[in-house]
Design a protein around this ligand. Structure first.
Ligand code: ASP
Ligand code: MG
Length: 411
């Protein structure tokens, strides 16, 4: 018998009507002779509403209590979905994260799954029950309730699929799959039939919200075949799988963008490696995530450093640097917001030179100013002015041959 793990996101369970549709889909999978484990998110915008409730009581809500609060959202969904399944005459068993044996690290708000004791789930499956597990939550060794970070239900689903050695993990969402670019930015973006784990991980880290980055990492490590598809439209989704099992190797598989980038330049730091250590340790101490870093020589004694951060952390980052002015011993700090990052991603880049040249040519032909560049084996990112992001995404999308003939259906 095959075992399938299915995950339904918040928009897929946003109303009783939608929950009935989800139950119908699960019932179909079950009727095809599969054992089913289903993970659900909180209904619609529930998590956001809970966050703002806490915000009314406190500017800095305590994290343990926050996790207790947020996990109630998913608990509502598992109860309602189990009822909907039972209405269809099926046996269903709702489980919170801790009932399902999901052990996590003790870090509230961004815990990591450390292991899953699947005994209880297995027992229910043997009784022919459909197991409905609350996404995004677990329990620490100390017995405290934890959450996995926003969007973490995807990770619950993949981790369950890995622990149960499921035949596949299906992620149901409000779009029909993974697209070559965000269709709101590039109307000629098309749905991908398949994408490798590595490429998907880059896209997820670059902010393609369709999958939580941790879930892709987990699928990659445990080789869990993953499919992203629509809850509402019955059409084949996008398979995320091992590169070797893919049909074609495209140079560039997708274009990602991030519209919330800021750049900070620290000019004239002492030309010693400790200066960089000090600067970035200070930022790390304040949990500021630095993305791209570029250094250049100012003169024999001094260097300049430029780096990018998320726009939300820009003010804090400048504050940290200015408060350590004496210790860091730099000449001047400059900063700039209203920037964006566009990236091209593709595993084929490793063996095909010329992707960077093509990217720079098409951006400069379109009059886009490149302010920073960074690369990994399968990605090239450029920081550009925010108001040129849409043009840039469209230019790159067509330059790398990704445009489809007709506008695709998104979901
Ligand atoms: N409900 C949580 C959130 O909104 C987890 C999830 O949906 O994956 O972030
Ligand atoms: Mg999500």
């Amino acid at each position: 018998m095959r075992l399938v793990v299915q995950k339904f996101g918040g928009s897929s369970v946003s109303s009783v009507e939608h929950i009935r549709m989800v139950a119908q889909r699960v019932a179909q999978t079950y009727a095809q002779g599969n054992q089913c484990v289903v993970t659900v998110s909180a209904m619609g915008k529930t998590t956001d509403q809970l966050v703002s409730l806490a915000g009314e009581l406190s500017d800095h809500p305590p994290q343990r209590e926050m996790d207790v609060l947020l996990t109630t959202g998913e608990q509502v969904s598992i109860a309602l979905l189990s009822m909907a399944l039972q209405e269809k005459g099926l046996k269903a068993h709702p489980m919170t994260g801790w009932q399902a044996g999901i052990q996590t690290s003790p870090i509230h708000g961004r815990a990591r799954i450390e292991g899953i004791d699947t005994q209880r789930i297995r027992h229910c499956l043997e009784q022919d029950e459909i197991v409905v597990v609350a996404g995004f939550q677990g329990v620490s060794e100390e017995g405290e309730i934890t959450t996995l970070g926003r969007g973490g239900s995807d990770t619950t689903a993949v981790a369950l699929a890995a622990a149960l050695r499921a035949d596949r993990c299906e992620i149901y969402t409000d779009v029909t799959g993974v697209f070559t670019a965000d269709p709101r930015m590039a109307p000629l973006a098309g749905k991908l039939q398949e994408i490798s784990f590595e490429e998907m991980l880059e896209l997820a880290n670059l902010g393609a919200g369709v999958l939580h980055p941790r879930s892709v990492e987990c699928a990659m490590i445990h080789k869990v075949p993953l499919v992203v598809r629509s809850s509402f439209v019955d059409e084949e989704g996008t398979w995320v799988k091992e590169a070797e099992k893919m049909k074609e190797e495209l140079n560039v598989r997708g274009i990602a963008h991030d519209l919330h980038v800021a750049r900070i330049k620290v000019l004239g730091l002492p030309n010693q490696s400790q200066a960089l250590t000090k600067l970035f340790s200070k930022l790390a101490d304040h949990h500021i995530n630095v993305d791209m870093i570029v250094t250049s020589e100012h003169d024999d004694e001094r260097i300049d450093v430029a780096f990018s951060v998320h726009e939300d952390e820009w003010k804090q980052a400048c504050g940290v640097i200015e408060s350590c002015a004496t210790e860091l011993d730099y000449i001047k700090v400059l900063s700039e917001t209203n920037l964006a990052k566009v990236s091209v991603v593709g595993a084929g880049m490793v063996t095909n030179p010329g992707v960077a040249a093509k990217m720079f040519t098409s951006l400069s032909d379109a009059g886009v100013r490149i302010k920073m560049v960074s690369t990994s084996e399968i990605k090239i990112s450029c920081v550009i002015p925010w108001d040129q992001a849409k043009d840039a995404v469209q230019e790159l999308h067509s330059a790398f041959g990704l445009d489809v003939k007709e506008k695709a259906s998104v979901g």
